[in-house]
Design a protein around this ligand. Structure first.
Ligand code: GDP
Length: 311
């Protein structure tokens, strides 16, 4: 059963009914299993429970229960009762993501730059799972990368001339990769070069078998841009697992100038991409200034990764 085909009911109505929940987004009209369901099993084991400090602390003044069920991202094999209070404590703050039993080993202990590749074939071939960060130039990708690994200048390696057009791999805890991809929509780049970046990042998305999810960065301090919508649409059409990372959520625009709050821009973006996906993709609000969303991203990555490693 596909949830998107159900009427949009609120959790309070649905909570007593056993439901089969979507494990990830699928596209209309021909849903296909997500790529990370069928990867070979790794020898890495992750059995420790999540430290309690990493459990979500939802502010009682916010209302995560405003989500309708079909707006939530429920990780695969998540078992939870439909008790309202219980579910409320399991939605990661500033996101639509439900915490699952797979959220283990989320902390970053060490991170190192490994290599820059110009072709997918040249990327590391040790089979470790990876997450690729991509977004419009100036969206805050380097800042986020540095905030995730708690370093000031790690991502700068990929900003050096000659590295900006590369696929840059950073190994985390010797267990998985964060991948920095070239920013798109850079006005000053010649058209020829832009097309080329496009070609090789898309080739990477389509061919990289260890890619668990693309993290598409969207600036939440401004209204949705056409190029971002096109990117999300392309990922959706090609059934590449995607997480939306909304950046700069600390930036408040003055209402009188017609600016919208980040929460409003996030909501608008959801509405605009709704048609591209059969079920809601996961999304998280972040700020590299306040570190908002950092733990939530790491928990989300951990649960996707641990599930991926199991299969
Ligand atoms: P990149 O080109 O996508 O790698 O973007 P950068 O990380 O270099 O950031 C571009 C600009 O946005 C810089 O001036 C950053 O200081 C600023 N910036 C990045 N992240 C945030 C954020 O979360 N909040 C705010 N207010 N500014 C940010």
């Amino acid at each position: 059963m596909v949830l998107a085909q159900l009427p949009r009911l609120h959790l309070s109505i649905l909570k007593k009914q056993p439901l089969y929940l979507p494990t990830h987004f699928n596209l209309l009209p021909k849903p296909k299993p997500i790529t990370f369901l069928f990867r070979p099993k790794s020898t890495i084991t992750t059995t420790e429970p999540i430290p309690i400090s990493h459990l979500p602390e939802n502010d009682p003044h916010e209302s995560p229960m405003d989500f309708s069920l079909d707006e939530l991202f429920v990780p695969p094999e998540t078992v939870f009762s439909f008790d309202e209070q219980h579910l409320k404590t399991r939605i990661l703050k500033g996101s639509n993501i439900v915490l699952s039993n797979y959220a283990r080993d989320a902390q970053v202990v060490e991170a190192d730059f490994v290599k820059s590749s110009v072709r997918t074939e040249d990327c590391p071939n040790d089979g470790l799972p990876e997450f690729a960060l991509v977004g419009r130039s100036n969206v805050g990708k380097s800042s986020l990368l540095n905030s995730l690994v708690r370093r000031k200048r790690l991502a700068l390696t990929s900003k050096k001339p000659g590295k900006t057009q590369c696929i840059n791999h950073f190994r985390v805890n010797n267990n998985w990769y964060l991948v920095d991809l070239p920013g798109y929509g850079y006005a000053a780049a010649p058209q020829e070069l832009r097309t080329d970046w496009d070609k090789f990042t898309k080739d990477y998305f389509l061919k990289r078998s260890t890619l668990v999810s693309v993290f598409l960065l969207i600036d939440a301090s401004i209204p949705a841009k056409k190029i971002d919508l096109e990117y999300a649409s392309w990922l959706g059409q090609n059934q590449i697992p995607m997480t939306l990372i909304f950046t700069k959520c600390d930036k408040r625009k003055k209402k009188k100038n017609g600016g919208k709050r980040p929460e409003e821009n996030v909501k608008d973006f959801q509405e605009l991409i709704r048609g591209f996906f059969q079920t809601a993709p996961p999304w998280i609000m972040t700020s590299s200034v306040t570190n908002q969303g950092r733990d939530e991203i790491l928990l989300h990555m951990a649960q996707l990764r641990n599930y991926w490693l199991k299969y």
